[in-house]
Structures are given as C-alpha cells and as structure tokens.
Design a protein around this ligand. Structure first.
Ligand code: HEM
Length: 353
C-alpha cells in the first residue's frame, strides 16, 4: 500500500487552540472559504463549504430544511433498524465495524437523505472514502460520473428529491450551474461518509476502552449523549479545514495566505478541557467541542450524524451488554498531551466482552 505524506492542507500554517479556532471560525470576513480543495481529485468547489456569502448563505438556507428535526424524524426507525441488523452478528462472534457497520449504515442513510435507494450498491463499491479504494491512490472519477448522472436525472425530474430541487430551485435569484449542483451533491456524499464512519468506529473503541461506563450507559440517555459528544471531541473526525486569511482589513482572497483551522487542537486544548485525552461524561456545557466546526460553516449534517451515532451505541449496548473487546485495529492516532487518541480507523474488529 502507498503511504501518503502530509497533504497540502496539513502542511499549511495553523490557527490552533480553542479560543483562536472559535474566533477564526466565526470570522468569515477575515477567514474566507473561497477556495477549492482536494485538487488531486476534483476540479469543482464543494458547496456550500467552499463559498462565502452571499452564495454560501443562500445555499445553506436551501440545505438546512433537509436536516430539520421534522425532516429527519421519518429516518429514525430505518437507521435504528439498520444499526441493529448490522451489529447483530456481534451476539455470536466478532465483527469488523468500519466496513461491516459504518460503511453500509452511512450509505443507506445518505440514500434516504438523497432519496436514491438504487445507488446503495454503487456507493458501497467505492469503499470508505468517496475518493475510492485504490490501494492508497485517490481518484474522483467514480464520484464525478455518479454526480453527472444524478444532475442529469435531477434536470429530468427523476433524480430524487434533492437533485430534482437543485436543478429547479433558484438560489439567490439564479439557477445553479451544473458544476454548482455537482458541488452540493459531492459535499453531501463526501461530508456524511468517512466522518460518520470514523465516529461509529470511535464509539466502539471508546466502549471497549471504558468497561466501567457500560452498565450506566445502558440505562441513561443523557449519559449516552455525553459519551457520543466526548467521542466526537476526542476523535474529531474532521480535524483540519482550510481557510484563506485575508487579514484584518479583508485583503484579496486570490493573493492572501492559506491557513488550516485546527479543530482537533481546539478540542484537545488542555486550558479548556482538563485531562484532554480522557473521556469524561461531566464536561461543562459552557465549553462545547468544535468537532462539527463553529460559525457560519458549522456542520449542517450534525443532527443526522448524531442520529446514526445513537443508533449504533444503542445497538452495541443491546448486543454486547457487558461491553466490548478490541480484537484487531488499524487506525491513525493523534498525540494528545503524550497520550495516543484515535482519529480515524481503517479497520476495527470487536467482540462482546
Ligand atoms: C461525525 C460526522 C461529521 C463531522 C465530524 C462533520 C464535521 C464537519 C465540520 C467540522 C464542518 C465545518 C467545516 C468548515 O468549517 O470548513 C462541516 C460542514 C459540513 N458538513 Fe459535516 N460533519 C459530519 C457529518 C456530516 C453529515 C452526515 C453531513 C450530511 C450528509 C454533513 C454535511 C456537511 C455540510 C453540507 C457542511 C458545510 C456547511 C457549510 O459550509 O455551511 N456533515 N462538517
């Protein structure tokens, strides 16, 4: 397998620490998102992520209703049932959670969101990342071919609810271009995929690492919520995002320096989170984590990700009432004050304790 060196974003200077990251995330006049990332695999912007107002605000307003409580409520039953079905094999043996649970669960969930149930098999075939499973190489061709087809179907009114609306709804007074529709579809397919898969694997890892919490978690929804939020803080599945630093006086984004907004460093800031590498269920609500970002670009899909996380944690506790053991893992870890904390998982085999 090819081992990738640090990406361009990983090599940029960074905004770090809880207060600085929160301030920069909120200050989109200075920290612009008007750039295009993943230049090795795509030649279009992911939207609304890589836009500033007014396009950003208009596109975000278009997307937000898809993630309201009322819109997501009908998915709850299906997501819970999927999680129970995928985790059931744990009752009689070991289970690989990244491809065995995370991948099918997120793909089925995105199919519900985009109203495209017939694409599930194709999306699973790409593997854990939308940029493909090519022995370490990234490739955007399969995703682009899919998006072109979906946008064409949207124009014809057969693309499922979201692509149909993208093709036919004026945004900020204008119809979206083909590339802009592709950019929105790309973000929904990419943003809600390996992030959620890493959260799901992270939850299994944390259950295995904290056997003393298991019986309390089973009977207490508030504790399960705190456990998921702590897993989000500790793992921070999307740890670094790019911005253009236009300076105090708002310089030209074309020539201003790029920086990385380091959400992971904010979530592990020891001046805010006492013993930051520890999972604690009584962290003060006044200092929430920033795993879903902060400010105008904060994650639109957070309620859906939390729904999937609860479904998985409930199913794990139901099928493994005494907790879990990690049998095997391939993961990437971050060093948090000398302690290795998992950030992403390629493979995680678990068994009931
Ligand atoms: C554990 C799961 C997830 C994590 C950790 C995560 C994290 C994030 C973060 C940190 C941002 C802000 C990026 C920035 O400031 O530049 C973001 C934005 C976004 N996320 Fe998520 N995300 C998750 C799940 C999802 C899901 C399930 C969806 C939808 C299917 C989604 C859709 C989006 C979109 C559309 C944006 C852009 C919002 C904007 O630019 O206004 N995410 N996400």
């Amino acid at each position: 397998m090819t081992v990738r060196g640090p990406s361009r974003v990983e090599r940029l200077p960074r905004v770090t620490g809880y207060e600085s990251v929160r301030a920069a995330g909120r200050n989109f006049e200075r920290y612009s998102s008007l750039h295009q990332g993943d230049e090795d695999v795509r030649a279009y912007r992911q939207l609304p992520l890589e836009a500033d107002p007014p396009l950003h605000s208009a596109l975000r307003a278009f997307l937000v209703p898809f993630f309201s409580k009322g819109s997501l409520a009908p998915y709850q039953h299906g997501i819970d049932a999927d999680a129970r079905e995928l985790i059931a094999p744990l009752a009689s043996g070991e289970l690989e959670i990244v491809r065995g649970v995370g991948l099918p669960l997120v793909v089925r969930t995105i199919a519900r969101l985009l109203d495209r149930p017939n694409d599930i098999e194709e999306w699973v075939s790409w593997g854990p990342s939308v940029w493909g499973d090519h022995d370490g190489r990234r490739d955007g061709a399969a995703l682009l071919a899919f998006l072109q087809r979906a946008v064409d179907e949207g124009a014809a009114g057969t693309g499922g609810r979201l692509f149909n609306l993208l093709a036919h709804t004026p945004i900020a007074g204008e119809m979206l271009t083909r590339d802009q529709q592709i950019g929105v579809g790309s973000l929904l397919l990419a943003g809600g995929r390996d992030t959620v898969m890493n959260l799901i694997a992270g939850i299994a890892w944390m259950v295995a690492a904290h056997p003393a919490h298991v019986s309390a978690l089973r009977g207490d929804l508030a504790m399960r919520t705190a456990f998921i939020e702590e897993t989000l803080r500790l793992t921070t599945p999307l740890g670094l995002m790019e911005r253009i630093d236009r300076g105090e006086s708002g310089g030209d984004p074309e020539v201003s320096p790029h920086v990385g907004l380091d959400f992971a460093s904010a979530n592990h800031d020891a001046t805010v989170f006492t013993c930051p590498a520890e999972l604690r269920l009584d962290r003060p609500a006044a200092t929430p984590h920033v795993a879903f970002g902060i400010g105008p670009h904060a994650c639109v899909g957070a309620p859906l990700a939390r729904m999937e996380a609860h479904a998985v944690l409930d199913a794990l506790l139901a099928h493994a009432p005494n907790g879990l053991i990690v049998q095997e893992h391939q993961a990437h870890f971050r060093n948090v004050g000398g302690v290795q904390v998992p950030a992403s998982f390629q493979r995680l085999v678990i068994a009931a304790r």
